[in-house]
Design a protein around this ligand. Structure first.
Ligand SMILES: O=C(O)CCC(=O)C(=O)O
Ligand SMILES: [Fe+2]
Length: 450
């Protein structure tokens, strides 16, 4: 049985076989599954506890200035074996374990409201293009790196189905979901499957979400043993959605190429020959402390391009532009497009770096497309806030080129006045370099800059 020992400044909470044990009787466990692991958490903020007489009292929150004294014990594997976030949320505690609390200076701040650009894909893809939409697209590629897409050709019913099967998957009994676990032998993390964050260091701050990762392309490399069998329609619905999203990607790429006065199929060509696509289903349970915890910390995606479908009603996604965080509004049945970022610091190995943690926001964001565009296009830095009342789901498709391929600035964009700003780089090598540079505190982007 795994034992975690995590010290917090305040109360102590033990997850035992019958609920939370310890001195008094703690909140009963939200689920039987939660009780299965014998993990001990000491909670940092407010914990609800019932004393001998059964009366509930609230323990005071730990003043923020003490949070830095909190430390964590246990091996990495132990820490990794902490409960899934869905189980933690099911306990209905008012506290969150220390591993989820971000440093005071990084804690969520109020976001501004601005209109995140909306691009009408139908108009953009008309044979002659639409000048207005193209202007908007240029603005987003050069600054926001994230935009909403309407008129994308994917039926509302299909989008609803994708959301429904995702929700049904996460709402299942833990035992059913664990059939697709991302832990080999219960402890070794692999990218694919169901679970939560990989823990690489005892100071790592965890995100308040669980997810299901599936490599969907190349199709002959699918590991169907981690593809859910329930709900029964899951696989068919996902397959249909993948085909449609591929169409969205392929109608967007020529417009991006045209903006740079490149051959229309320039970017499409880059995705030929066994590109890699990953589908990720993110499940953010209700969180008692949205002021201390992120659903997903600020990051940029280590992809060329990401298609994102977010919850119809529950917001939380924010994007950084010119140093200011903006709420991305919910607008049912729109898609979001993110320009990814092969070119920043990461916290993982090869495909672990699907998302790269952002160490510094002051640098302009670059992405695979940015290298090909010789630095004209930027990627987005974004984050997800938690919600105290509502769960939230998002479905994300991460598009990579063939990882064996090399990328370089398009030759057509280079002349005497516009020299190449980046060297040719193999994507796989670049992703591998991300982790090493992250550990050394250096920037892998510097190795490809000319
Ligand atoms: O859930 C969201 O809105 C964003 C998810 C995201 O950024 C990601 O999965 O990389
Ligand atoms: Fe992301």
């Amino acid at each position: 049985m795994m034992k975690n020992k995590v010290h917090f400044a305040s109360s102590e909470m033990e997850v035992g076989s019958g609920g939370f044990g310890g001195g008094g009787r703690w909140w009963p466990c939200g689920t039987m599954e939660a009780a299965a692991a014998s993990n001990r958490f000491h909670f940092a903020a407010v914990a609800a506890v019932t004393g001998g007489g059964g009366a509930t009292r609230l323990l005071p929150a730990v003043p923020r200035q003490y949070l830095s004294y909190i430390r964590m014990e246990g091996s990495m594997e132990d820490v990794r074996s902490t409960l899934l976030v869905q189980e933690l949320a099911g306990m209905r505690s008012k506290a969150v374990p220390r591993q989820y609390i971000v440093q005071q200076e990084d804690q969520p701040t109020i976001a501004a409201t601005a209109s995140v650009p909306i691009v009408d894909l139908g108009r953009l893809s008309q044979p002659d293009g639409d000048a207005n939409e193209a202007v908007k697209l240029r603005q987003v590629m050069e600054s926001w790196g994230l935009f909403m897409v309407t008129n994308h050709g994917i039926e509302d019913a299909l989008m609803d189905n994708v959301m429904n099967v995702s929700r049904e998957f996460f709402q299942q009994h833990l035992g059913e979901k664990q059939k697709y676990t991302n832990l080999i032998d219960g402890k070794h993390f692999q990218l694919e499957g169901y679970g939560n964050d990989q823990v690489k260091s005892d100071t790592q701050i965890l995100d308040w979400l669980d997810r299901l990762y599936l490599k969907v392309d190349p199709a002959d490399e699918r590991n169907l043993s981690v593809w859910p069998k329930h709900p029964e329609s899951f696989r068919d619905v996902l397959d249909e959605f993948l085909i449609k999203c591929d169409g969205v990607k392929n109608s967007l790429l020529p417009s991006m190429a045209k903006l740079l006065k490149l051959d229309e199929d320039y970017f499409v060509r880059q995705f030929s020959d066994r590109p890699t696509t990953i589908a990720r289903f993110n499940y953010y349970p209700q969180c008692p402390r949205p002021d201390l915890v992120y659903g997903m910390k600020p990051h940029s995606d280590a992809t060329i391009l990401t298609i994102l479908m977010v919850d119809n009603d529950v917001g939380g996604l924010q994007v950084l532009k010119d140093g200011v965080w903006y709420d991305v509004p919910t607008k049912p049945h729109t898609l979001l497009i993110n320009l990814g970022d092969h070119m920043e610091m990461g916290d993982g190995g090869i495909l672990d770096v699907v998302t790269t943690m952002v160490a510094s926001f002051s640098e302009p964001r670059l992405c695979g497309v940015a290298i090909m565009s010789n630095g004209i296009f930027k990627s987005s830095v974004h984050r997800v806030m938690t919600n105290p009342e509502k769960e939230r789901i998002s479905v994300v498709l991460f598009y990579f080129m063939n990882l064996e391929k090399e990328i370089e600035p398009a030759l057509e964009l280079i002349d005497e006045r516009h020299p190449a700003r980046y060297k040719r780089v193999k994507i796989m090598d670049y992703l591998a370099g991300l982790f090493e540079h992250f550990l050394q505190g250096t920037r892998v982007i510097d190795t490809v800059k000319i």
